[in-house]
Ligand binder design. Structure first.
Ligand code: ADP
Ligand code: MG
Length: 257
């Protein structure tokens, strides 16, 4: 698959999505499609609804009581909020990596194996997956020799890449990242960023980022959210160089948030 290949059907499509907290609309009427094997960035000022939005995509939002989701999210054409759909399976196919690394107080190996244990995968099948996911997360050469070490002893950047390896182990098709490098130092952040180019070959990647140069470097398409609305969505270069909306122009030139 190469990135210029035409007409890929979207892996995720969102139609008229709104999220309400009581009377208040946190997200209003968002419609957007995400292609497979590509990277989309979501940008916008703090509090505009970026985290809420990506949490709707895999039903993680249902773990926050009091929020009401309206509209449709389709994964490969199937409504992920349909009654017959198990949210655990949705989160398996649509994985998420958070702003701060969320490693478990277990060994490096057991962190990556975690989801497979829940699925009661046989041990002989676990080991090759652990290795492959650590390789894909760019960690094997760094820590492949000390898999029994507590994961919490790794550096912040390594912990974040371990979380990526853990997410990969349960074979997602979509990976959601919520400001994945904002808690990391620049070198660790760069290593995570370099992974995206690799991940895009096999996954649909959606990255929330505050870091506009990062969006410009990694994403082929960028969406700008403001006050819960999707203001503009298009090829990254166009959005940054020839924004159609005044609000986009103001945001990318640093006039607010
Ligand atoms: N569980 C919740 N209940 C009520 N309001 C919420 C909840 N989660 C988020 N919000 C509100 O929704 C808005 C968007 O938040 P968020 O999605 O975290 O924005 P961002 O990630 O862009 O900073 C904020 O005003 C926030 O206070
Ligand atoms: Mg956020």
């Amino acid at each position: 698959m190469n990135r210029s290949e035409p007409e890929r059907s979207p892996i995720l499509s969102v139609e008229q999505l709104s999220v309400l907290a009581g009377e208040r609309k946190i997200l209003s009427d968002i419609s957007i499609e995400f292609p497979d094997r590509d990277i989309t960035a979501i940008i916008g000022p703090s509090g505009c609804g970026k985290t809420t939005f990506i949490r709707t995509l895999n039903r993680m939002i249902e773990t926050s009581p009091g929020l009401v989701v309206q509209g449709t999210v389709r994964y490969r054409g199937q409504d992920v909020y349909a009654r017959s759909v198990n949210p655990v399976l949705v989160r398996q196919r649509i994985g998420m990596v958070f702003q701060r690394p969320t490693v478990f107080p277990l060994s490096i190996y057991e962190n990556v194996a975690f989801g497979l244990r829940l699925q009661r995968t046989e041990e002989t099948a676990v080991e090759p997956v652990v290795r492959r996911c650590l390789e894909r997360a760019g960690l094997w050469s760094e820590i492949g020799g000390r898999l029994d070490q507590p994961a919490l002893e790794l550096s912040g950047g390594q912990q974040q890449r371990l979380c990526i390896a853990r997410a990969l182990a349960i074979e997602p098709r979509v990976l959601l990242f919520d400001e994945p490098t904002s808690s990391l130092d620049p070198i660790a952040a760069q290593k995570v960023e370099e992974l995206f180019a690799e991940l895009r070959r096999d996954y649909a990647v959606i990255i929330v980022t505050h870091n506009l140069p990062q969006a410009a470097r990694v994403a082929s398409r960028t969406a700008f959210l403001y006050q819960g609305r999707l203001i503009e969505f298009g090829p990254t270069e166009e959005l940054f160089e020839r924004p159609k909306e005044r609000l986009t122009q103001e945001y990318i030139t640093g006039r607010f948030g």
